[in-house]
Structures are given as structure tokens and as C-alpha cells.
Design a protein around this ligand. Sequence first.
Ligand code: GDP
Length: 468
Amino acid sequence: MRHTLAREFNNLIERGRDRQLRLAVTGLSRAGKTAFLTSLVYQLRHAGLEARLDLLPAAREGRLMGAQRIAQKDLGVPRFPYDQAMASLDGTPPQWPEPTRGISELRLIIRYRPERSGLFGGLGSSNATLTLDLFDYPGEWLLDLPLLEHDYFSWSQRQQRTLSPERRAMASDWLDAVAALDPAAEADEAELATIAEHYAESLRAAREAGFADLQPGRFLLPGDLEGAPVLQFFPLPGLDKDDRKHLDALPKESVYHTLARRFAYYQQHVVKPFYREHFRRFDRQIVLVDVLGALNAGPERFEDLSRALATLMQSFDYGQRSLLSRLFAPRIDRLAIAATKADHVTPEQHPNLVTLLEALLAEPIKDLRFADVPVKALSLASIRATQAHEVEHKGTRTQALRGVTLNGEETLIFPGEVPTRLPRHDFWARQGFAFNAFRPLSQDVRGEGLPHIRMDAALDWLLGDKLT
Ligand code: GDP
């Protein structure tokens, strides 16, 4: 009895406290962050009304009463453009929201009825609130964490190693310009700015072509640093370990030392502040991965995604000796990893999609579990754009998807199977994978609410325990 009483008191105190959760959404460009955050806000705001959230107990039990947007605390961070995103989805024809390009934030107050009525009768039926601070930031920024382990010389050498023949071809302007540069010469601001722009262009071209393992991340998504000198550096190719002594001895005004200073400045004033001021303060995070998009793009891109994810996930390695723990002592207590756009494949393929995601992230997931960070992998569609149908195909009943392509054509497709293991040679030779992008469903087709697949499961993992 004493025990129960103590627990009830604790519950009381807990509920009375200002309860708050800082939840961050990340993923590489086009992974689906904007769609996810838009849907998340929509589903919570419409909980108890149009939103279908059966996998979230608070909603299923009718205890979730909805959410309201309120002014955020951090005035230095742009607000997530939720209204614009909804306007695009509700347009004629409906369109995908314009993706965000830097960090953005939105604050919601969630109102719910706690689960148990408890000893103090009536208490359970009174309302409680949870303040949810949502953040959205580019996964590309996390690709910069390993850069903190380097100095300019070793970073240049590492970049050299990532230049595959295809990437070299995309970087030919930069490679030509940098070949003519003498590291010992006195630095010319304008010249360095031009070469840096060639370098940024080569990264953008690589990203357009589907590559993801690209550094520095801010060159792709500069946010408010567009055009700033801190982004005007690049690696020096062709360095040999014997060059270090000679380069170190060059005058301070030399090209080499100027680039090295900018690199160090980038580490101190761009990479570290993001971890210190934002990342370290997130309680929970979800990492979105466009696994199907990478399958669609072929073997080289798929491998590149795998490498980029391995780098990105280092930011979640909380092992005692990890770079991250040494520098920033993060405090995240839960992580979700989600394969997005699951509506591109038929429902019976969804378990395969999760298995493939787990295979893609096998090492990082193992490390996270070892470091005792609870992690869950799932597949979802933030905004479902297709409808699953069973059709008669060549005499057998087959699962198919119906949707409208981006240029407005109605299509019925058989997307094929998702492999459960990392695809090998024969997969690409035999099957490959082909899907079109779909337009979001129009309001008259989708009816009430914003259709999704397992947004409620993601919500349950990310905040369900706070709504009990
Ligand atoms: P971000 O760059 O990570 O913010 O990615 P977005 O949220 O802008 O998503 C990129 C594109 O992926 C969108 O324009 C859509 O074409 C597609 N997409 C995102 N989420 C979904 C989804 O749930 N279903 C489908 N079919 N497509 C999606």
C-alpha cells in the first residue's frame, strides 16, 4: 500500500511538472524529412478527429485530444513552414511540400488524458500536457563529424581517396583549377573563392547523381553561410605523407596555410557549434532513409548510400571512447531509423524493407545497442500517395499499386520485390528496381485526413511513453 501511495505521489509530481520533449528529424536530402514533419504535425493536430493513429495507444484509447502550435523558444532558428507545406498538399493538383534546407523548429503543446485514474480518484480524468519541440535538420551536416578528427592535411588525403572515377569526371573543372594552384604561392582571395566554387559545384553534381558520401556537408546545404569565406576552402589533391613537413614550413600567407586556417575555422565555428548548441540537446531522434530510392538508382549509389549512412550514424555512437562522447556528451535516450516512402511497394513487401534497412545499418545498430541506446527500425510512408490493390495478373492474383505520376498520369504498377539482404551482383542484373515518383493523393481521393503508413507506430516509439 505504501508503495502504491508513493508511486501515485510520483505520478502527481511528474504530471505537474513542465513536461517537455525535444525531438529531431534528420536524413539526407530527399529522404523525406519535410513530408515526415508535415505529417507528424498534421496527425497530432488532428488526433481524435480525422487522423487515424491506431498504433499509438493514447490515440486508440481516445485519450489524445490534439495539439496546438505555440511560439518556439529559440528565436534564432527558423520556424518549420507547416502552413505552406499543407497548402501544397491541398493544392490542385496536390504537390509535395518544398523541402527545408537548414535547421528549422516547431513547438507543439499536446493535450491528453493520462492513463490511470489511480488512488486519488478523478485525477486520471484530468488533462495533462506535453510540450513537444520538433527540429528538422539536414543529415548532410552529420557527415561532417568525422572531419573533426582530421587536420587539413589528413582531411585532404581522405577526400582524395573518396574520388571514384565517376566522381573525378564530375570534378574535372575543380581538378584542373586546383592542379594549377601552387600551395606555396601567396593566397589570392578571389582565386581561392573561384576554385572553392568549382569544388562546391562538383559536390552538387555528385549529389544530383545520387552520391551521398560528400564533405563538407555545408557546401551542399549552406543555410545562412551562403557565400561566406568560411566555405571557401577545398582539399588539396595528390598529397603524399612526405609532403607534410615541407608544407608546414611554408609562410602563413601561403595558399596551403590559408586553406588550412579556413578548414580549422569551419571545424570550430560551423561543425562544433551545431553539435554543441543543437544536437547535444535533442532527447530523441529519428533518422529517415530513402532505401527504395537508392535501390532504384543502382548499385554504385546504393553502396555510396551505405557508406554515407555509416558516417552519419557515427553521430549516434555513444560508446565511451567515441569521438562524439569525448567532445559533446550527448544525452539522446531513444532513436528510430525509418525507411521512408513505403507506399512505393506493396504492403507484403514492408517487412522486407525493414530487414533491408537493418542490413544496411547492421554495424551502427549493433554499436548503438551495445552503448545501450534503445533503437527501433521501421518502415513508413509519411504521406501515402498510392493505393494498394489486388489484381488478376497472368491468371494469378497479384498485389499492385495505383497512383498518379508527377506529370499527372494515372498508373497501375507492380513494383516487384524488395530484397531482404544487401543486394549482390545478380540482383542488379536480374531485377533492378523501377518506380516512378507519385503525386500526393488529391483531397477527393484521400478523403478526410492525411493518409500515412505507420506514422502512428513511429509516434508511439518516439513519444508514446510520454502520453501514459
Ligand atoms: P527532404 O529533402 O528530406 O525534406 O525530403 P522531402 O520530404 O522533401 O521528400 C522528398 C521527396 O520524396 C518528395 O518530394 C516526394 O516526392 C517524396 N516523398 C516523401 N515522402 C513520401 C511518402 O511518404 N510517399 C511518397 N510516395 N513519396 C514521398
